[in-house]
Design a protein around this ligand. Structure first.
Ligand SMILES: NC(=O)c1ccc[n+]([C@@H]2O[C@H](COP(=O)([O-])OP(=O)(O)OC[C@H]3O[C@@H](n4cnc5c(N)ncnc54)[C@H](O)[C@@H]3O)[C@@H](O)[C@H]2O)c1
Length: 249
């Protein structure tokens, strides 16, 4: 794919859950388009991931459930880089179990990381964006936000909630220059997803997608770059499906 390598020059983009998987692909994509990237993750591995991108980028160990840690990270990023122009709320978990046996601890963990975590980071980053009158926020939801998937009760509920949050923030913040959108991928071929969708289960799932394949991490990153870029300035409160048409009925 041909990349406009200067679209994000001079822009600072924060990505949560950036140590690996889709978040790492996001960080690489924004970097390739000229951005300075603030990579955050609860895992120390985020330092190594950021190191591969080059010296202008920053890495912070930040748990999206830790309000004080989020405040400290946002403050440190804004102090060293001047501001945060775009945020990708990508950190997320998925623990599968049938609805009748899913524990309340696992339910709460999904809400804490996938939903409240995204809220806490968006609120912290938006504070500066609203003062400056410019910002782009992209929340990584899932096709599970709009359809039921067996074994995904807590995951589906948390991602559906993320879409509700996206719409409210979009309404409240766009008049002050901050757009908020979501991306809902189908299965994305990260190391973790490939384990869960291996073998016959994976073949059946691929066959049910009109494009007959899962998504690649860079395809979700490309959508995030679009929504965070100038071409998407009029897109607000949208949920962009990157699912090969799986949810088309
Ligand atoms: N892979 C898929 O098939 C798929 C499909 C649809 C949506 N998604 C969503 O995309 C996002 C990224 O998924 P992925 O497949 O790259 O997963 P992944 O597990 O490979 O990466 C998630 C990252 O988030 C980090 N993280 C988890 N909990 C955190 C916390 N409390 N605070 C900070 N960081 C935390 C992890 O350390 C990890 O680096 C998630 O929100 C996921 O729900 C993934």
């Amino acid at each position: 794919m041909k990349i406009n390598d200067s679209e994000f020059e001079g822009r600072v983009v924060m990505v949560t859950g950036a140590a690996g998987g889709i978040g790492q692909a996001m960080a690489e994509a924004f970097c390739a388009r000229g951005a300075t990237v603030v990579l955050t993750d609860r895992s120390e591995a985020v330092h190594e991931t950021a190191g591969k991108l080059g010296p202008r980028h920053r890495a912070f160990v930040m748990d999206v459930c830790d309000e004080a840690g989020i405040a400290a990270t946002v403050r440190a990023a804004e102090e060293t880089l001047g501001r945060i122009d775009a945020l990708v709320n990508n950190a997320g978990i998925g623990i599968l179990a049938p609805a009748e046996s899913l524990t309340s601890e696992v339910w709460d963990r999904h809400m804490d990381v996938n939903l409240k975590g995204a809220f806490l980071v968006a609120r912290a980053v938006a504070a500066g964006m609203l003062v400056r009158g410019y910002g782009r926020i992209v929340n990584i939801a899932s096709q599970a936000a709009i359809i039921g998937i067996e074994g995904h009760v807590a995951y589906c509920a948390s991602k559906a909630g993320l879409l509700g949050m996206t719409r409210c923030m979009a309404l409240e913040w766009a008049p002050r220059g901050v757009t908020v959108n979501a991306i809902s991928p189908t299965v994305v071929e990260t190391d973790l997803a490939l384990v869960g969708w291996a073998g016959e289960k994976g073949e059946r799932a691929r066959a049910a997608i009109p494009t007959r394949r899962f998504a690649q991490p860079w395809e979700i990153a490309a959508a995030a770059c679009f929504l965070a870029g100038e071409g998407a300035a009029m897109i607000n409160g949208e949920n962009m499906l990157v699912d090969g048409g799986y949810t088309v009925i």
